[in-house]
Every structure is written in structure tokens, then in C-alpha cells.
Design a binder for this molecule. Sequence first.
Ligand SMILES: NC(=O)c1ccc[n+]([C@@H]2O[C@H](COP(=O)([O-])OP(=O)(O)OC[C@H]3O[C@@H](n4cnc5c(N)ncnc54)[C@H](OP(=O)(O)O)[C@@H]3O)[C@@H](O)[C@H]2O)c1
Length: 278
Amino acid sequence: MRILVLGASGFVGGALFAQFGARHEVVGTSRRGGSGLVPLDLADADAVRALVADYVDVVIHTAGIVDLAAAQRDPDAAFAINVAPMAALLDAVEDAGAKLVYLSTDNVFDGTRDTYDETALRTPINVYGCTKAAAEHRVLARAGHLVVRLPLVYGRSPRSNKFLARFAAPAVEARTDIVGTPLYLPSLAPLLEQLLDETGVVHLAGPEAVSRYDLLTRVRDRLGASARIVPTDADSGPPDCPRPRRLVLRSVRHPLTGPDIDTALADLIDPASPLSGR
Ligand SMILES: NC(=O)c1ccc[n+]([C@@H]2O[C@H](COP(=O)([O-])OP(=O)(O)OC[C@H]3O[C@@H](n4cnc5c(N)ncnc54)[C@H](OP(=O)(O)O)[C@@H]3O)[C@@H](O)[C@H]2O)c1
């Protein structure tokens, strides 16, 4: 299979690029290119069309503005990168006879329900979630493509260390009142591979519902890092962005989950693990 990974310099895209690259013919992009990646700005519709036409059976789209606070500060930029390029990208993918796999987020929901499966309506409460919901809408308006909603993703990634880098700080703030079903990054590519023939929306998440504080404390402990995990909640200070409190993703379409957190953390610290993204 020929796979194009948009955003292959990123945390999620870097892992998919490496793991799919071991089994398939894969090209990856980032804005600047280099390190084996092709330069591509999503806003350049001609470049998107040329690259997709040149290549591809499946385009996995992981690129864009993912920082919730950054999106909230500059909604125009977030829409320009996360939403505006979608029409040209979908046209290019369809002209090439390919399929788009669009990575989305649990932040398309408001966090007021106990759980969310694929039948739940989108109810975003922050700019990031609105951009992802709008992009999903564009993908799902065409037939034959796939939207994969992910929770918080954790673990080591070959090209972007953003999840683990925080533990180098002396203190890390973590919300006790935000609960989710985090997914271990190295499990994503094998799970995604099993869903590539699907269309519409699928949820992919870990099996455990935990708070951010619990997750970061368990990761810190397993790493043996000295960072202090400082519990915070909605009352701890002015919010940088409205954040849904409870995002427990479930699926009515498949039984797949990532590993439980203890299994994932054993993999994370195992230098011999084939999955750990080293
Ligand atoms: N990380 C999570 O916990 C999480 C959770 C749920 C869903 N997701 C979804 O997973 C996907 C990837 O997230 P991530 O955490 O891996 O993000 P990330 O680390 O911030 O990576 C974003 C990627 O997008 C690229 N990019 C940004 N603006 C671009 C533009 N204008 N043109 C082309 N490329 C551009 C970046 O390339 P440069 O190298 O040029 O900056 C980078 O490769 C996103 O769709 C996100 O919504 C992530």
C-alpha cells in the first residue's frame, strides 16, 4: 500500500510514518521538509494536489494546529490551517482515486455525557474542537473516507517528544477534574491498520478512564522522573481555553482498544520493545 502521512514531523504523524514505513511504501510531509520528509504547506493547494496525484492509495492527515490554547488565542489561524485546506485536499484525494483518513479528537464533544460513541452528535466547546468538527463535516460530506477520533495520546514518538518532554521540568501541572481514555501512541498504527477499510467515523481509545493527574503521575512514577505533578482543577486559575471535563470514548463499531496503562508503561520503559518508538 502507498501511504502519504501529512504531518509526519509531529508527535502522532512521526510514529505513524515510522511504523507504517516498516510495512508499506510511505511518504511523509512537514512544512519545512528535511530528515526524509517532503516539504508541504497545507495552504498550498497546488502542492497538495501534485503530491497526492503523484503518489497514493491512502492519505493519513495528522497535520494542523493541535495546541488548544493556541487555537483559542487565534481562531482565524486555526480555521485557516485546520479547516480551509480540507476541500482542496479532498478533491485531490478523490481525483487520485485514493482514500482520506482524517485524525480527529474527543474535543468535538462537550464532556457532559458519561461516554461518547460514534453515534454521538458533535458538540465542541473550544476553538480547536470547532475546527476539528468542521473538518470532520467536510470529510463526511463525501463518501468513502474515514474519520478516526482519538483521545489524549501518550508515549514516546520518534520525531516529537512533546508528551515526555514535560517530565524534564521540576513541576508539571495536571488537572484532576479532566477525565479521558488515553491511547498509547505505539498502539495506534497497528490499530489503525485494522480499520483502514472502514468509512465514516470510528473512535479509537484506551480501555481505562483516568484523570490527567492520574495518568501523568503514573507515567512519572514509571519513568522514575523527579518532576512534581501539581494537582489543579477548573478553579485553579483563569482558563486558557474551555476544556471538556469527561471525554470517555467508546466504540459501537469495533472491539479494538490500546493496551491498559500498566502494560503501556511497561513497554515505554523497555529498551527492547519494538513498539516503544525509540
Ligand atoms: N496529540 C494528541 O494527544 C492528540 C489527541 C487527539 C487527536 N490528535 C490529532 O492527531 C493529529 C496529530 O496531532 P499531534 O499531537 O501529532 O500534533 P503535532 O505534534 O503538533 O504535529 C502537527 C503536525 O502538523 C504539521 N503542520 C502544522 N501546520 C501545518 C501546515 N500549515 N501545513 C503543513 N503541515 C503543518 C506540523 O509540521 P511542522 O513540522 O511543519 O510543524 C506537524 O508535523 C491532529 O489531527 C490532532 O488533532 C492528537
